[in-house]
Design a protein around this ligand. Structure first.
Ligand SMILES: Nc1ncnc2c1ncn2[C@@H]1O[C@H](COP(=O)(O)OP(=O)(O)OP(=O)(O)O)[C@@H](O)[C@H]1O
Ligand SMILES: [Mg+2]
Length: 402
């Protein structure tokens, strides 16, 4: 604690004594307001104080207040992070390994006045780009509170920048921080996911440069500087994916070559050279193929069951369901990638899961019945180990591979 801070506190006490002499009621009001403020800061890290109060606090201190406690560790276990992500995000092992390696470096050796990292995930729709970012936030920060998602397609015109970076002085709405500034002010240590970045206006792309080059952005609404040095920026894009898909079909192409091609695709999609030069890494995602689809579907079934507080019984997913999913996937080549197939399956099992829940079941089995999926409540003995998701998936894979 500096001498200045103590002098300031002494000043406040003296001012209160003087006010108390003049008007005891006013002094009480001030003391109660201060107590409520202190309580809010203690309980919520200031997150729920009204925006204008936070803005004033920021202006007075001239810097961003870190209001969220969880920070990414400086030293992460690369293998552990990879294993966590690979168990959830299927078919992107090379991307995950490279990402874990890079993040380990970036978190251990911070660059002065720069975000932890600026990365781009490129690839076809529904291959796990957004999902990987979500899983990363879960592993690094323990949940979605530290993930700020921005659908960049909403910022197609130049003027929409004000919703991200605040409204300039003299215009209606000035005084409130923009969405991005607010998110980073409240939780500076997290992942900023700029989904479908190529869909935002080029002028808005350029507004991110200060966030990436200087380690802060200036919010026009509150005229305050918001630090970006604790953030990991992840851009996702579909730019150039048909070409990437073609390349990925070549079994001999390396991940590095794919990443290089993805970079070219971003340039072709009109990413400004300044933006390109600030992206640390571009990761090209591969399209999911047969067994990947089976694994994703098995994971989705287990996840969906989990939402109903049900568990998949040992060997509880009929391989015919997964085989059908693979066939459907390769026959229809759905626009939304594997997410479309998962959604169809979710719809087909939802009623069965509700019935199993009504029967107060704990474990369920999924059986193919033509195009239908039967959900069967099973009585699994306490001593039998219920199938964990990964186990079930492996069995399904083995079955599909038969
Ligand atoms: N590789 C994967 N592993 C596990 N699940 C996946 C994978 N890819 C997609 N999914 C499932 O499909 C859903 C949609 O995937 P996601 O949102 O990550 O796609 P995307 O690559 O971001 O596509 P888009 O470019 O259309 O945004 C996820 O929520 C997840 O349930
Ligand atoms: Mg996405």
């Amino acid at each position: 604690m500096t001498g200045m801070a103590w002098a300031g506190r002494l000043g406040i006490v003296i001012a209160l004594i003087i006010i108390e002499r003049a008007s005891p009621a006013l002094a009480w009001v001030l003391v109660i307001a201060a107590a409520i403020g202190a309580f809010a800061v203690f309980l919520y890290g200031g997150r729920y104080l009204p925006g204008p109060i936070l803005a004033v606090a920021d202006r007075m201190t001239g810097k961003t207040q870190a209001r969220s406690e969880a920070t990414a560790p400086e030293l992460i276990d690369e293998q552990e992070l990879s294993a966590f992500l690979k168990a959830r995000v299927i078919g992107q092992n090379e991307v995950i390994d490279a990402l874990a390696r890079r993040l380990r470096q970036r978190l251990a050796a911070r660059r002065e006045g720069k975000p932890v990292a600026v990365m781009c995930f490129a690839g076809a729709p529904g291959v796990g780009k957004t999902y990987l970012a979500r899983m990363l936030a879960e592993k690094l920060y323990g949940g979605a509170d530290h993930l700020h998602v921005f659908e960049m397609a909403k910022f197609r015109d130049e003027y929409s920048a004000s919703s991200l970076f605040g409204v300039a002085a003299g215009l209606t709405g000035h005084g409130e921080p923009g969405l991005l500034s607010r998110a980073l002010r409240d939780t500076p240590n997290g992942i900023v996911l700029l989904d479908e970045f190529e869909k935002a206006n080029r002028a808005i792309h350029l507004q991110f440069l200060s966030a990436w080059n200087d380690g802060f952005l200036t919010d026009l609404g509150t005229s305050s500087k918001i630090a970006t040095t604790e953030a990991i920026f992840i851009l996702t894009t579909n730019a150039g994916w048909p070409r990437l898909a073609e390349l990925a079909a070549d079994p001999l192409i390396t991940q590095d070559e794919m990443n290089e091609q993805a970079k070219n695709a971003l340039q072709d999609a009109d990413f400004a050279p300044e933006v390109m030069s600030r992206i640390d890494d571009v990761f090209a995602f591969r399209e999911l193929t047969g067994l990947d689809v089976a694994r994703v579907v098995a994971l989705e079934i287990a996840r969906k069951a989990g939402e109903y507080r049900l568990e998949v019984a040992h060997q509880g997913i009929d391989w015919a369901i997964l085989l059908q999913a693979i066939k459907d996937f390769s026959a229809t080549k759905p626009k939304g990638g594997v997410r479309d197939i998962s959604r169809q399956i979710e719809n087909r099992i939802a009623d069965g899961l509700i019935e199993a829940k009504a029967e107060k079941a704990r474990f369920v089995r999924f059986e193919a019945d033509g195009r239908r999926i039967k959900v069967i409540a099973v009585d699994e003995g306490e001593d039998e180990t219920p199938a964990r998701t990964v186990e079930a998936t492996r069995e399904a894979e083995a079955a599909v591979g038969r």
